[in-house]
Design a protein around this ligand. Structure first.
Ligand code: FAD
Length: 415
C-alpha cells in the first residue's frame, strides 16, 4: 500500500503500546480509512511498566494505568475491540480470522502482538501461587497473593534477577515481605549491566533485606496438600519456603501468527528499520519484532521507546513513507528510590568508566569498546542520561578519563 485512501482499511493485531502508537500515527499521518485495533485482553490499552512498580505497590489507581481511554480512540475514528483474539492471517485473501470464526478484511496489516513470559518447565511449576508477570491481570493476582502472604506471614521467592524480578522484589520488600531472589547467573542483570553496577544493585537489594542467591540452580517447586506452592527447592537440596513465587526469566516474541502466515521470523517477526515485514503490505512493531540492522544482524528490544518508535515507523511505512528508527535505544527501571536510566546498547563493551559517587547513589557507568562509547547507565542521574542520549545520537565519545572526570564538561563535545 503506498497511498492514503479513504477506502483502505487497516487492521492492527495487539492493543498495547505499539498497536496504539501505530493507530494514532496513521491518523496523524493523514490516513482517513478504517482503523481497527484488536486486543485479546479484556482491558483497553494500559501502561505495562507500572505493573511491577507503583501499580503492584498499590500506589496507583486504575485510571492512572489507562494509556488511552476507548472514547479517546473512538474520537480519532479508531475502533477498539477488546476480548478479541486473532487466530490466523490469510495473506492471499487479505483477511484475519478471529477466534470466533469470523473474518475481517484488511488492505494494510499491523502486527503488534507483544511477547509472552518464558515458563520454567519444573515439577510443581504450575502450582497456584506461581506467577509470571506480563499483564494487568497477572499483576492483580500477584498483588492479591502478596496480601495473603502478609496475612499468613509467608515469604516471597523471585526467580530471575532481571528487571521485572528485581522490581517485584523491591515492591515486595516495600510491603515488608521477606524476599529471596534466585538468579542462575553469577551476577544480577549480567547481560546488560557492567559488573560494577551489577554488584551495586546486589548491594542495594541486600541493604533492603533481600536474600540474594546467585548461581542458583532450581530443581522443583514444593507443593502443599492444598495445591499451592510451599517452597522452591534447589539442586543442592535447600528448600526456600514461599507463599508466592514470581518467575521473571525473560520473554519470547509472540510471532506465532506471523510464522504460520509464512512471514520471515527469527525469534521475532523480522522487520527492517522502517517496520516492514517480508510482505510489504504487513508491518510489525514492538516486542514481537526482531529488527534487521544495517550490518545484517537482528536486534530484539523490549521497551516502551522501541514500541513507540517502531509504531511510528510502521504507520509511515503503510503510508508509503520511510521513517527509519535508528535513534539510540533507552530504557528505565525503578527499584526502591533509585531510578536506573539506560542509553545505548552495551553488548561488546570491554571497559567502563564511572562518573559520580557510587556510594552516594547518584552516578553513571559509561560502557566503552576501545575508545568508542557504546552505552551509559545512570542511577538517579537524569542529567547524565539525557546528555548520554545526545552524545550517542551524535556519535560522540568522551575518552574514558573524560567520562570519569566530573570536572570535564561532557556537553563541550556536543558544541
Ligand atoms: P504489549 O504491550 O505486550 O501489547 C501486545 C498486545 O497484543 C497484548 O495486549 C497481547 O495480549 C495482544 N495480543 C497478542 N496476540 C494477540 C492476538 N493473536 N490477538 C489479539 N491480541 C493479541 N519497558 C520500559 O521501557 N521501561 C520499563 O520500566 C518497563 N517495565 C516493564 C514492566 C513490566 C511488568 C512489563 C511486563 C514490561 C515492562 N516494560 C518496560 C516493557 C514494555 O512494557 C514493553 O516493551 C511494551 O509494553 C511493548 O509493547 P507492545 O505493544 O509491543 O506489546
Amino acid at each position: 500500500m503506498t497511498s492514503v485512501t479513504a477506502t483502505a482499511s487497516i487492521v492492527i493485531i495487539g492493543a498495547g503500546q505499539a498497536g496504539v502508537q501505530t493507530a494514532e500515527a496513521l491518523r496523524a499521518g493523514g490516513f482517513e480509512g478504517a482503523i481497527t485495533l484488536l486486543g485479546d485482553e479484556p482491558h483497553g490499552p494500559y501502561h505495562r511498566p507500572p505493573l511491577s512498580k507503583a501499580w503492584l505497590a498499590g500506589e496507583m489507581d486504575a485510571a492512572q494505568l489507562v494509556m488511552r481511554a476507548p472514547e479517546m480512540l473512538a474520537r480519532k475514528g479508531i475502533t477498539l475491540r477488546t476480548d478479541t483474539t486473532v487466530a490466523a492471517i490469510d495473506r492471499a485473501a487479505q483477511t484475519v480470522r478471529l477466534a470466533d470464526g469470523s473474518a475481517l478484511p484488511w488492505t494494510g496489516l499491523v502486527l503488534a502482538t507483544g511477547a509472552m513470559p518464558r515458563r520454567l518447565p519444573l515439577p510443581g511449576g504450575d502450582a497456584s501461587g506461581v506467577f509470571a508477570l506480563r499483564g494487568r491481570d497477572d499483576a492483580s493476582a500477584i498483588a492479591d497473593r502478596m496480601a495473603l502472604c502478609i496475612e499468613q506471614q509467608q515469604p516471597v521467592v523471585v526467580i530471575g534477577g532481571g528487571f521485572i524480578g528485581l522490581e517485584v522484589a523491591a515492591t515486595a520488600r516495600k510491603k515488608g515481605l521477606p524476599v529471596t531472589v534466585l538468579e542462575a547467573a553469577p551476577r544480577l542483570l549480567g547481560r546488560v549491566l557492567a559488573p560494577t553496577l551489577s554488584d551495586w544493585y546486589a548491594e542495594l537489594h541486600r541493604s533492603h533485606g533481600v536474600q540474594l542467591v546467585l548461581g542458583a540452580q532450581i530443581s522443583a517447586m514444593d507443593v502443599g496438600t492444598d495445591g499451592a506452592v510451599a517452597g522452591v527447592r534447589l539442586v543442592d537440596g535447600t528448600v526456600l519456603p514461599a507463599g508466592l513465587v514470581v518467575v521473571g526469566i525473560g520473554v519470547a516474541a509472540n510471532d506465532q501468527l506471523a510464522r504460520a502466515a509464512g512471514l520471515e521470523c527469527d525469534r521475532g517477526i523480522v522487520v527492517d528499520t522502517c517496520g516492514r515485514t517480508s510482505d510489504a503490505r504487513i508491518v510489525a512493531a514492538g516486542d514481537c519484532t526482531a529488527r534487521r540492522l544495517a550490518d545484517g544482524s537482528l536486534l530484539r528490544l523490549e521497551s516502551v521507546q522501541n514500541a513507540t518508535e517502531q509504531g511510528k515507523s510502521a504507520a509511515a511505512a503503510l503510508l508509503g513513507q520511510d521513517r527509519p528508527f535508528t535513534a539510540t535505544p533507552w530504557f528505565w527501571s525503578d527499584q526502591y528510590d533509585k531510578k536506573l536510566q539506560m542509553a545505548g546498547l552495551s553488548t561488546g563493551a570491554d571497559h567502563w568508566a564511572v562518573r559520580g559517587d557510587m556510594t552516594a547513589g547518584s552516578f553513571s557507568v559509561y560502557h566503552f569498546k576501545g575508545e568508542r562509547l557504546l552505552a551509559v547507565d545512570s542511577v538517579s542521574a537524569s542529567k547524565d542520561h539525557l546528555q548520554a542520549r545526545k552524545l550517542l545520537d551524535a556519535g560522540k565519545s568522551p575518552t574514558p578519563a573524560q567520562a570519569a572526570d566530573t570536572a570535564f564538561d561532557l556537553a563541550s563535545l556536543l558544541a
